[in-house]
Design a protein around this ligand. Sequence first.
Ligand code: ADP
Length: 461
Amino acid sequence: MRALPLRIRLTAWYFLVLCIAFGAFSLLAFFEVRGSIHSAVDEGLRDREAEIQELLEQHLPGEQIKRELMAGSRVRGEDDILQLADTRGEWSYSSASAVRYSLTFPTQTNSNEKFRVSTIYSKGMPLRILTGQIHAADQVYEVQIAAPMDDFYDAVNRFRLVLLFSVPILLLIASAGGYWLSKKAVAPVTEIARAAQLISERELSRRLPNPQTGDELQTLSEALNEMFGRLERAFKRVTQFTADASHELRTPVALMRTRTEVALRKQRSEAEYRETLFRIHQELERTSALIENLMTLARADSGSEPLQVAPINLNAILLEIWEPASLLAEGKSIQYDQRLPEMPVCVSGNPPSLRRLFLILIDNAVKYTSREGRISVVLNANDGAAVIEIRDTGVGIAPTDIPHIFERFYRADESRSRESGGTGLGLAIAKWITEAHQGKISVVSKVGEGSVFRVQMPLAE
Ligand code: ADP
C-alpha cells in the first residue's frame, strides 16, 4: 500500500470509507422502509380487531355475529382474511380468503400475550397475521386477522434492487471523482518536486512556483524557497570564502617564488642570500598566520567544535594579556594602559578564545596607530553585561568602511593593512568569538582621531 502513489492511496481510502457509508445507509434505509410498512399494516390489523371486539361486546347470538362478519367480508372483498371462533366450541367463522390460505389457529397460544403479530407464508403468499384472544361479553374468542403482503414486499424488493444497482454505480462515480480530486490536490506537489529537481548548485537562485492559494501547499513552497535562499547564501559564502582564501594565499606564494627566482638567477653574496631568506621567512610567517585564521573560520562555519565555556573572570584574562599587549605597543613606542575594576567581572567564556579576541583588537589598535599614540583597554560591568573597550588614537575608520570591517577579507586601506601584516580576517574572527559568547561587537571611530572597539557580553549568573 505504501509503495503506491499518494493519489491511488487516497482514492482507495476514500472508496473504503464510501463503501462503509453507502452500505450502512442502504441497510438502514431497507430495514426502515420494511419496518414502516409492517407498522402501517399492523395498525390496520389492530383496527380490524377493535371493530370485531366492538361487535362481540353487543351480546349478539353467535349466528348473528357470523352474519355481521360475513357482511363485513363482502364489503372488504378478498382482503378480509379473518377467522373467529367461540372458545366454548359453539360456533366459528372463517372468511373465504381465510379458507383459501388455510389459516389454522395455533395449538398453543402464549397466555402472556393478548395478540401476536407475525409474518407467515401460506400457499406462496406472504401474510402479516395477528393472532390472539378477545374477551368480550363474558366470553373468550379466538381471532386471526391477516393482510396479504405481496404488493408491499414487491415494492420493498424493488427498492432493494434499486439500492443494489445504484449503490455500486454511485460508488464508482464518487471514487472517480475522488481520484480526480486527489490528482488535482497532489498535482502542485508533483510540480514542486519537478521544480525542486531543476535546482542544482549552478542554479541556486531559482525558486519554486509559489501558488497564492493560502493553503498548505503555499506554506510548503514558501518554506522550501526560504530553505533554498538559506542554502544559496551559505553556498555563496563558501565559494566566496574559497575564492578569497585562494587569492590571499596566491600573493605570498607568488612573492616567495619571485624572490627565490631572482636570488637564483646568478651567484649572490652571503648577505644577499640571508636577506632573501629573511624576506621569505617573513612571508612564511604571514602565510601561516593566514592559514591559522582560515582554519579558525572554517571550523567556526562547520560548527563542529562548539566553544567549551565556563565561568571566568575577565579581569584575570586581561591581566594575562597585559604582557604581550604592552610588548606589541612598545614596539611602536605606543603608550598602553588597562583600567580594570576592583570587582571581578565574570562571564561564561572560553579563555583561549577571549584572549585571542582581545589580542586581535589590541593588535589592530597597534597596527593602525602611529608611533607615540596611545591605547587603553577599559573593563566595566553594567546592565548585566561586561563591557570591554579598546580605545586607540590611531588613523580611525571612514564611515563608509565601518559597516564592512567585520566582513571576511575586508580591508579599509588595502596597502596599509597588507604592509602591517593584516589578512583582513582578524575582525571576522573577533566577531565570531564575541557572538559565540552571546555578545555584540561594535565600533565608534573618527578618521584621524582614533577608534573605540566595544565588546559586550552577558555577565555570568
Ligand atoms: P586586517 O588583518 O586587515 O587588520 P581586520 O579584519 O582585523 O583585518 O580589520 C579589517 C579592517 O578594519 C582593517 O583592514 C582596517 O582597515 C580596519 N581596522 C581594524 N581595526 C582598526 C583600528 N583599530 N583602527 C583603524 N582601522 C581599523
